[in-house]
Design a protein around this ligand. Sequence first.
Ligand code: AGP
Length: 611
Amino acid sequence: MCGIVGYIGYRDVFPLLINGLKRLEYRGYDSAGIAIWDGKVRVYKCRGKVSDLEKSVEGHPVSGKIGIGHTRWATHGEPNDVNAHPHSSFGGKFVLIHNGIIENYALLKERLERKGIVFKSETDSEVLVNFIEYIYQKGGVSAEMAVRLALSKVEGAYGVVILCTDEPDKLIAARKGSPLVIGVGNDEYFLASDATPIVEFTKSVIYLNDYNIAIITRNEMKIKTLGNVSLIPVIQQLDLDLGEIDKGGYDHFMLKEIFEQPRSILDTFRGRVTSDKSDLRLGGLYSIIPRLVEAKNIIIIGCGTSWHAGLVGEYLFEDLARISVEVEYASEFRYRNPIIGKDDVVIAISQSGETADTLAAVKLAREAGALVLGICNVVGSSIPRETDGGVYTHAGPEIGVASTKAFTAQVTVLAMMAILVAHKKNLISQEQYKHYITELTAIPDKICRILAQDNEFKKIAKLYKGVNNFLYLGRGYLFPVALEGALKLKEISYIHAEGYPAAEMKHGPIALIDHNMPVVVLAIQDHSYDKIVSNIQEVKARKGVVIAIVTEGDTNIRELAGHILEIPATDAIFSPLLAVIPLQLLSYHIAVMRGCNVDQPRNLAKSVTVE
Ligand code: AGP
């Protein structure tokens, strides 16, 4: 949720912290702050963006070689200067940045207040840093020991980096539930919530595991458990380039990522489609396929856009592989005391690989003995490390908070998995199998043809940028896309929008329709075409304005709809990959025309690492 950075080495730390925080700003942008050691600790923090922080420190001393920084997504205490991080402890001995939630903070705070400790902010994080100093003062222990003792008493999630003014030549970092990456350099170390602030300095990284603590000086790093057991760190090489995390000349990351989809889908099936397009190879599932083929029940879990991709997965596995599927909101699944059998296969979908509810649902499914697979985009993130196997979507870094290319990459992986299992189960012929593979490899070009119509989407956006409501309707494979289209518009333009199975409209939502209600209808030519045409007539009869996404060359709906957006023909199983593109661009242009911050929509964050 929040973004944290840290550095200890020989470089000037201020620009490093500021640039690092800018790279992580998609994780939270309510307030920002830094602490730098230059013989004494200097803390600068304020409400707002990292750029506001930069302005606020102009003229102040910021030189130093050791420092920590934080960009916040508020959970406890409103976005303001006092609740901004870093937080200093009551005696000034410790300065801390925290990503996560300390669930038992109220109890700890009460106890510390009874000891006379006064709090400045409303945050759970300040409770943690005060608790550390309290143990440090009371116990006469080292800074490391005080941190380990305090963390062994807190409940919840944390990624923390701590500086102790009595031991200023080191940083202490620890994680449980929230991600923390350590970049290993020569006589320098970098710390961050993900690799984006680190890649320009080193590709050698360590992903800290839960209950691990790292004690880092300029030229040495020790990793231990909270129980003081030394660990040998596993250094991995980043498969990420700086160029991938820049806007590449686009106005927004979201627009860049929408236009990257031909390549991201190509990269997602690259090396997984044989050169003669006769077979699929999913290496991460190689040893697991037999259990998937035998599976009686698949449970797909995820949140937000990943949940929508899961819904497409349900249609794919039931339609092609004839395996029954349940799609679950991870947050509900984990607390619903769900029935998870040992023969069940659980597929967790997450772009970031860090979403707290999905991660917890994965752990629950593993404890129940199910086979747990992951479909994730961020290599080395927590969910892939908790699963029995899985498939990485190779969509590249997704910086825009509104997920776009990750959705189409997730659907691409689900399609490949379902087609492969259907083939293994002899439910589709070799000919049909090869046809699906060939059609999949044609999708990137078809998306290019849709992207080339962007001006058409812009024209429609201009007409409807001022409305307050939108309705999205779809049938079959396109019902989840209607939900996704509505979510995209909601999260970046703040227009209220709902997606519905088209036939469901008559059971209530049709009451919303009048001449002010634009209704986006996904009306491609498939087995439910006639039904969707009737739905369009029902909307038209109530003076609703129909924006129809149709198959190229469709002349029938042209008579009925106010606006027509054409997409190339493809198999129904691949239609979500094409039909979602106009919806992504429509929401993007409407949001830009309404002056919204498309890449950092209000109240949202890219990776939801707290419950
Ligand atoms: C989608 O645009 C949103 N950013 C959000 O709904 C997102 O899909 C959800 O938080 C799940 O994230 P994940 O895929 O990283 O787990």
